[in-house]
Write a protein that binds this ligand. Sequence first.
Ligand code: SF4
Ligand code: SF4
Length: 336
Amino acid sequence: MKELVIISGKGGSGKTSVAASFAVLAQPAVIADCDVDAADLHLLMSPRINERHEFHSGHEAVIRQEDCIGCGACLAHCRFEAVVRMPTTFGSNSVCKDCEFCVRSCPVRVNEMIRAMRESSGYQGDEAAFYIDPVACEGCGVCVQFCPVQAIDFPECLCGEWMVSDTRCGPMVHARLGIAAENSGKLVCTVRREARRIAEERNHELIIVDGPPGIGCPVIASITGSDLVLAVTEPTPSGEHDLKRVVQLARHFGIPMAVCINKWDINEDMSARIETFCNEQSIPLAGKIRYDQALTRSQIQGQAVVEAEKHGAAADLRNLWAAISATLLQFSNHAA
Ligand code: SF4
Ligand code: SF4
């Protein structure tokens, strides 16, 4: 079984369009969408979801108000400013919410007058309740250790979900990370693990992974241990710059790599520069895809361009797939 991972140094370079066309041309293969932060392969693959699984990762501190004695130890020890102190008068008839903005901002420091006004507005003292901002909480657990009355719960976080689906091109594993949720690298590993399990179960020889953009944790989680990385770039300064970073990353992990230039004809000089770079680095240029509005039209129809067209970018993608599948075949022959 071989695992091909399609990545790009930057977002928007056409990686998902390439992955969708490969999924059509390579049947049968297992498709894995590992761009879990901004998954969009499902828009072209129209998956019918068979299984949904919750994705739990990390922990989140939650104060049980009924047990909290208001000592403030959690506030003092949290390095992420995730503990919020709220006056207990909040929500009562008092106009003053004790935010102290006036005390901090008054240009002539008439703090005594401010305090008198605050009391006359119905403020009842400086008793406060403590809450934890779930977005700011890093789940380090320090507050849990320091709370003298064990009033802080520390449950696992529900960070998203992952799904197993059927598509017209074969099985697909995909995921959705929750808003502001972290640990996308762990979710990527889950998607890859499931894709591998399905490929073994159904005797599929290929897994096509639509990887995340960039060079961060989710990309590392997508490419480690794979058989071939295809970097999709475009002829722009940022495309060239980010391709160089992706090359370093793949080299670091010792993963064979090929490059494809998408929309190569929008800047032929820059495309030639990228080609020269690939030659200097001994990285095979597996193909070039021309700019073609047919790609956008097929996206709007929820299709891969190779399903809708024969010529133009669709022909380039077929040639690209021929080059990539030949490379994968070589690897299989060497392994045998
Ligand atoms: S778990 Fe860590 S980050 Fe979260 S509130 Fe407690 S100390 Fe702050
Ligand atoms: S450390 Fe515990 S008791 Fe003290 S304010 Fe925080 S949650 Fe309440």
